[in-house]
Design a protein around this ligand. Structure first.
Ligand SMILES: [Zn+2]
Length: 67
C-alpha cells in the first residue's frame, strides 16, 4: 500500500492521482496504478491468431465468390 512520508498516511491505489502521486502534497508515492492493467503478451498472440484466421476466412469467401 502506498505510503506518503510528507503526509504520514497510507493511500488506497484508487485514491491516488492517476500518475501515482499523493493527492494532498503531489509527491510521487507509487507506480501509476495503470501499470497493473498492462495486457499480457499471450493476449496479443490470441488477437493475432484470431485476426489471421478471420483474414483467411475472408480470402476463402472471395475465392468462393470468384470461383
Ligand atoms: Zn502527501
Amino acid at each position: 500500500m502506498p505510503w506518503c512520508n510528507s503526509c504520514d498516511r497510507f493511500y488506497n491505489p484508487n485514491s491516488m492521482a492517476p500518475d501515482g502521486s499523493c493527492p494532498t502534497c503531489g509527491r510521487v508515492i507509487a507506480e501509476p496504478p495503470d501499470a497493473d492493467l498492462k495486457v499480457p503478451w499471450h493476449f496479443w498472440v490470441l488477437v493475432t491468431a484470431t485476426g489471421a484466421y478471420l483474414l483467411w476466412r475472408v480470402i476463402q469467401g472471395f475465392a468462393w465468390l470468384v470461383g
